[in-house]
Design a protein around this ligand. Structure first.
Ligand code: MN
Length: 152
């Protein structure tokens, strides 16, 4: 089950984050993405892409850059439920990811290229627009990826 890690890390009696539903509704139409500004112990930006009914997620410590010359580290984290795309709020102290979560950008996307360890996609957000890449760093820890805007 794709959301097992998400579930294990959280106590849904204490956090207001969405609890995964038993049955997920396959969304119709365009795929969505969201970027959440997360003021946890360290500020980072959680970048999430809808894929197969979950939000595949990366934490980008410095946030996305619109400059194609700037490649940002993106650390893959656990898949999140689709409902998380609407989540904003405060995760209480002492819990996993404690701190404030705000939606920084959201919109739809189209996958342009998909391979093992490589995604190229076109974002139609309020802030992020155009083609972006996520490339896994194979030589390093496999959780580490690079996020950057594709050159025109
Ligand atoms: Mn986070």
């Amino acid at each position: 089950m794709a959301l097992e890690k998400y579930r294990q890390k959280r106590d849904f009696k204490k956090t207001t984050e969405p609890k995964p539903k038993a049955t997920s509704s396959t969304s119709k139409g365009k795929l969505i993405f969201v970027v959440q500004e997360h003021h946890a112990s360290r500020l980072h930006y959680d970048f999430r892409l809808e894929m197969n009914d979950v939000l595949v997620s990366w934490a980008i410590p410095k946030g996305p850059s619109e400059d194609p010359a700037v490649k940002r580290l993106a650390v893959m984290t656990e898949d999140h439920p689709m409902d998380y795309a609407n989540f904003e709020g405060v995760i209480p102290e002492g819990l996993y990811g404690a701190g404030t979560v705000e939606i920084w950008d959201t919109g739809t996307y189209e996958m342009i290229e998909e391979a093992k360890g490589k995604y190229v996609f076109n974002l139609s957000g309020k802030k992020l627009k155009g083609a972006y890449c996520l490339i896994q760093l194979k030589s390093a820890d496999s959780k580490n990826w690079l996020f950057f805007k594709k050159k025109e």
